[in-house]
Design a protein around this ligand. Structure first.
Ligand code: SF4
Length: 382
């Protein structure tokens, strides 16, 4: 795991894997088998101090305290939507704000998790993209989100599903994402089933392959267009990985028999919601084990993009279904608290935070210069 050391020289114990904790304990004169207990204290009990690790010898606890610390996100605010959605605003140790969104419904409680501070992908319809990328989140920061949601609500609260669809492009941060996912899936850690964890991507082709080789989690691809030209207009990453290359990769990914790739399709009125788009999309899905999730755009004052009428969305879905494509329409949740898809990082309940000011600055710059997607470079993405 990438190891993180704080300014005081102490290491984030949650940045260590179980074998690394074993080695650390041995190095401190502790018993190797205690590592599993320590790991469970961290990820299952969510302790905040070494003193709470009552089955670890006092002397070892003192040594752990000397060399390590237990990292947590600071809770800045929790907002509750009229539809039951909760948005959690966290602050990282270095003062960045990130968000998680909990979406409860009758059958499941889904947590939408952030993987970066901001995002480099600059999808034109997404407010998070306005932030640009500040930094990648560490594995412990990605994994602390469900742990702390439970702590905040109720220790017995059951998060049933996790989607990596909050702030950031998860696969742009794959070096931290994979160790984080190991914590999510670890029986001795957060213990989520791989069937309940979904990673979303704009389509970073080599990283999709790397993820599929590493872990059997679900994959969601944010498609949002039916031609190269159309996709290039809203998703600058298409210049690096053309849609044709992306879909070819989707056809050959080594998926488990039970898995399908979810294609997310944000529907924008007059842009990608025509019947011609529906017909092209049905054709594009041929030969891919797929399902399509239609997401009617969440209108907001920062974008001149309209949500298609419900009848248009229904007709689009109907066309896909009648052509053998499994297609659902995502119900918008948490709009009143800016927790809906594409809105994260925009509205900070504490107001006038650093993030808000930077967003405002970016907006002013864009208004002054005009929006030019070509200024976003992807050279750091393999
Ligand atoms: S849609 Fe996702 S990948 Fe695109 S800018 Fe927003 S957060 Fe980043």
């Amino acid at each position: 795991m990438p190891i993180f050391t704080r300014a005081d020289g102490r290491i984030d114990l949650k940045s260590l894997s179980l074998p690394e904790i074993e080695a650390a304990l041995t190095g401190l004169g502790g018993e190797r088998f205690r590592a599993l207990q320590v790991y469970k204290w961290l990820w299952q009990r969510g302790v905040r101090s070494f003193d709470e690790m009552t089955n670890v010898a006092k002397v070892v606890r003192a040594k752990l305290e000397e060399h390590y610390y237990i990292s947590f996100l600071e809770v800045v605010a929790v907002q509750k939507s009229i539809d039951g959605t909760h948005k959690f605003l966290w602050q990282t140790e270095d003062g960045h704000k990130i968000e998680s969104v909990l979406i409860p419904d009758d059958e499941r409680n889904t947590l939408c998790v952030s993987t970066q501070v901001g995002c480099a992908m600059a999808c034109t319809f997404c407010l998070t993209g306005d932030l640009g990328l500040r930094r990648h989140l560490r594995p412990s920061e990605i994994a602390n989100q469900p742990l702390q949601v439970r702590e905040k609500l109720d220790a017995t609260y059951r998060i049933t599903n996790v989607v990596m669809m909050g702030m950031g492009e998860p696969l742009h941060n794959i070096d931290n994402l994979i160790p984080a996912l190991e914590i999510y899936l670890g029986e001795q850690a957060l213990n989520f089933s791989h069937r309940k964890v979904t990673v979303s991507t704009v389509g970073l082709v080599p990283q999709m392959q790397r993820l599929a080789d590493a872990l059997p989690v679900n994959l969601a691809v944010s498609l949002n267009a039916t031609t190269e030209e159309q996709r290039r207009q809203v998703m600058p990453i298409t210049r690096k990985y053309p849609m044709e290359e992306l879909l070819a990769a989707c056809r050959t990914l080594p998926l488990k028999a039970t898995k399908r790739i979810t294609f997310e399709y944000v529907m924008m009125a007059g842009f990608n919601d025509s019947m011609a788009d529906a017909q092209r999309l049905a054709k594009l899905m041929r030969g891919i084990k797929s399902k399509v999730n239609l997401i009617p755009y969440n209108e907001n004052p920062d974008r001149d993009i309209k949500r298609p009428p419900d009848a248009v969305v229904k007709a689009f879905q109907h066309h896909l279904v009648t052509h053998g494509i499994q297609a659902s329409v995502r119900v918008t949740r948490g709009r009143d608290i800016s927790a809906a898809c594409g809105q994260l990082g925009k509205a900070d309940p504490t107001k006038s935070t650093v993030e808000e000011e930077k967003i405002a600055a970016i907006r002013i710059r864009r208004e002054g210069e005009g929006y030019d997607a070509s200024r976003f470079a992807f050279d750091d993405i393999v």
